[in-house]
Design a protein. Sequence first.
Length: 341
Amino acid sequence: MAGTVLINARAAMRPELGGVERWARELSARLPALRPDAYRVARPPQAMVHRAGHLWEQTILPLRRSELVLCPANLAPLAARRSVVVIHDVAPLREPAWYSPAYVRWQRFVLPRIARNAARIITPSSFAQHEIQELLGVAADRIAVVPGACDNRFSPTADAGAARSALQLPAGPYVLTVGSRTARKNLAVLEAPARELGLQGIAVLAAGGDRPQFRTASGASAVRELGLVPDELLPGLYAGASAFVLPSLYEGFGLTALEAMASGVPVIAADAGSLPEVCGDAAQLVEPHDAEAILAAIVSAIAQPEPWRAAGLARSAAFSWEATAAAVDAELAALLGWPTL
């Protein structure tokens, strides 16, 4: 089985750590550990991890010899003889107004071709599976649902003090949201809740950077923008929060909600996309355009956090990157005739 599967690690090398990048990093590390003789990892030069990386992905990567290419970050080389691709969502096809016109044109061109060529599609939720079926015309039996996870660094015992000091956070309590500053994250809805919470001495903090291909939502001046937070500080940033809010209009999974739960933080999430599926009964689900409902849920969570903390810890414990990697390996094993582990 030497070198049978080539893992496309382009997304794993990006400094931004969204859900796609987490998947790429975890699979690039964990799959070779499961079967050292079966997986190789292909990494582009650092200068080609973003837009320039399309050239590497479409022209250079297919030249690398392998029986199958595993692409964990939505895109795959069209010239690959055989590929398995993780499609996290098809938001640019569902709501193109959230993205730049050039990015939408590229996604409309490449995603249907990738889906048609793939030997197997993996996606993190049943919601995303249904979206792929509808918008890309893929039969359900060609799609495997494999949930994402969070690692054990996200814990109530993570060093909140170090994060607070390094990021120069306010001395009082804070509510956290984590995600790229994009239109679909819907951060503008937090403006009114942030103003009201500020009067109570509670800050609302947003961690995450810009993505050049996305149209950004209008800035919410009452929300303090932290920008990109170093990965080593994220667990402490979560653990120190009084509540976590994810008002996204569309998520293929919602990894940050799971990370907050694992950190022992009460979660308020939108009742949209995959979030009800991922959060279950362990979060307060609210209509994402209803600022008053979001504020009421935050206030309730801060006043009575314990039931939500306990529910979130139990919920997040059901997900692990070990299980994710094992499930992806099992899908590849079925395609390639490998023995099961």
